[in-house]
Design a protein around this ligand. Structure first.
Ligand code: MN
Ligand code: MN
Length: 471
């Protein structure tokens, strides 16, 4: 009797194995050798993340690295052939890299689009003021943040000031050893009774995100605003600027410091700006590491302005991608729209990872988990799939085959439980150009916080996914 029961059990087990979906932790699927490669690769990524705090730095870093890999500026009207490598830098803040494939461009291109801007505090155009003998910068936050997370975090300042004479002065302070940092203050709990009664969106209000920049006075009994004057004197000595020059500046306050390993096992990386430099770097390095000419022309686009809705000349709603494809197509005597219609795109952006401390915001069966590989998201949007391009079953099927054939560990995810919240990516803007597009990227914990978290195995599987798609 007992033996018979066992037979039945093993029969159902076999059937289950055959018919049911099963996902495994990447740590159980990756062998020692692959895990070593994964950890080594993540050191490269951490180096990039620590240096590329804002889009200008990410663009500069990738262009310099691409030049070393033989990439040259794209030239309109030039004849290109398989194996040629070009890039187009848009205003120092967004870049397109292309590796011309062996197949004709008229068969379409394969593009991977990520963004290199991240949420932060931008300085206003008249930022400098003194209050009660302390000097501050006024800010307007950039992207979707929980404002109360940003006070008491050491901040660095990055960007440029365009002086009255037109000279562009780079500003990078707070991230080098020995640099000072800046900070937004917050109340002590002892005196925060009233503050803690505010709605959570107002615990720290937008106009309270003032960055402290100094507290010593200019030594003169006559002048008012002596602290502001002393700061302005220092800035004039260092950058040659006057207060009016801030009107033509872009200065971004971002969390200072380098990314760090998290955990006794060092399995996670904590740092500022994983969204979306983690997809930008995995896409970019997959293109750079390509050991032979790809079949279809491979493009990596690193875009700006995603966090504020992709509007503006360097955002992906701008026509620059379309113009680039038009110019590229013209080099092969083709129409740009024909190339676009036959192209395929991975919209490379992060998705929310399941957080065991806050399990209710995601629906388990469709949530992305850390260490379960790169996350493919068929649709984003909110409330009845509004605002998503929603990839077709056919395209999802194709991507699934590419991932499986290459042995990539992957999962699916969605941006939150139905009707809870939601969000979008650049996918819709590219899909609207008649390009088959799907979202794919690394699951992230604490997204949009000053310190975001990713799992190393997922970073590496994402790199593998982009390699498989573009080869
Ligand atoms: Mn993103
Ligand atoms: Mn984001």
């Amino acid at each position: 009797m007992a033996a018979k029961k066992t037979d039945k059990q093993s029969e159902s087990k076999l059937l289950k194995d055959k018919l049911f979906s099963s996902k495994k932790h990447a740590g159980l699927l990756m062998d020692k050798d692959e895990m070593k490669k994964c950890f080594d690769y993540c050191e490269e990524y951490k180096d990039f993340l620590g240096q590329a705090k804002i889009e200008r730095q990410a663009a500069k870093f990738t262009v310099e690295a691409a030049k070393a890999h033989g990439y040259v500026p794209f030239e309109k009207g030039k004849k290109y052939k398989a194996g040629d490598k070009v890039y187009y830098l848009n205003r120092g803040k967004a870049v397109i890299f292309a590796h011309i494939g062996t197949k004709d461009v008229h068969e379409g291109v394969r593009l991977v689009a990520a963004h290199i801007d991240s949420p932060r505090l931008d300085l206003k155009q008249n930022p400098l003021f003194e209050q009660d003998e302390v000097a501050y910068f006024k800010t307007h936050y950039y992207g979707g943040i929980k404002k109360y997370q940003w006070p008491t975090v050491p901040l660095a300042l990055h960007g440029v000031i365009v002086r009255a004479d037109g000279e562009v002065i780079p500003v990078n302070i707070g991230d080098d050893e020995g640099d000072p940092v800046f900070v937004v203050t917050n109340l002590l709990p002892h005196l925060a009774q009233e503050q803690m009664k505010r709605a959570s969106t107002e615990i720290v209000k937008g106009e309270e995100l003032n960055i402290m920049i100094g507290s010593l006075p200019f030594r003169d009994d006559e002048a008012s605003e002596k602290v502001k004057l002393f700061i302005m004197q220092l800035l004039n000595e260092k950058y040659g600027i006057t207060e009016d020059d801030f009107v033509s500046a872009e200065l971004d306050a971002v969390p200072a410091g380098k990314p760090r390993d998290i955990g006794f096992d060092r399995s996670l990386i904590g740092g500022y700006g994983h969204d979306d430099k983690v997809c930008a770097y995995t896409a970019f390095s997959a293109l750079m590491d390509m050991d032979k000419t790809p079949e279809k022309t491979a493009l990596v686009i690193l875009a700006d302005k995603e966090e504020t809705g992709s509007d503006g000349v360097t955002g992906l709603k701008s026509a620059y991608l379309r113009y680039f494809i038009n110019d590229l197509a013209a080099c092969f005597k083709m129409d740009g729209y024909t190339v676009l219609s036959r192209s395929e795109c991975l919209s490379a952006d992060v998705n929310a990872a399941f957080d065991p401390t806050f399990p209710d915001v995601l629906e388990r069966r469709n949530a992305a988990f850390i260490n379960y590989g790169v996350c493919i998201t068929k649709f984003t949007g909110a409330r009845g799939k509004s605002g998503t391009s929603d990839a077709s079953a056919e395209f999802m099927g194709k991507i699934r085959r590419i991932m499986n054939d290459a042995g990539v560990i992957w999962q699916t995810g969605e941006l939150g439980r139905v009707d809870l919240g939601g969000g979008g990516t650049v996918a819709a803007y590219i899909a609207n150009l008649d390009v088959d597009t799907i979202d794919i990227g690394v699951p992230v914990l604490c997204m949009h916080a000053p310190f975001e978290i990713v799992a190393k195995t997922d970073v590496y599987q994402t790199y593998k996914a982009f390699t498989a798609f573009m080869k």
